[in-house]
Design a protein around this ligand. Sequence first.
Ligand code: SF4
Length: 93
Amino acid sequence: MPQAKQTDLKRRALLRNGGLLLAVVGAAAVIPAQAEDDMLSKAAVHYQPMPHGGQHCSDCAYFIPGNDATAKGNCRLVAGAIDPNGWCERFSS
Ligand code: SF4
């Protein structure tokens, strides 16, 4: 196969794969915003920024940790920043 044709095929494959990568990254950026709309409010689950009877968010199955053990994280159910020492009535161990 001529060198120019091989280069053209590689360029087309790169453009095709790059377009696919951009589509995947774009979809990932949209999904959290859509999910946030479907999440529960802190008021709806009686969230409080302190533990309850020894239970706290950092031990909950729904907790998504922040950058370190004391940083606020997120929750798979409840919208907004979540304190690792917080709690709500949806707590699940
Ligand atoms: S479900 Fe409630 S207790 Fe569990 S991480 Fe989310 S806010 Fe915290």
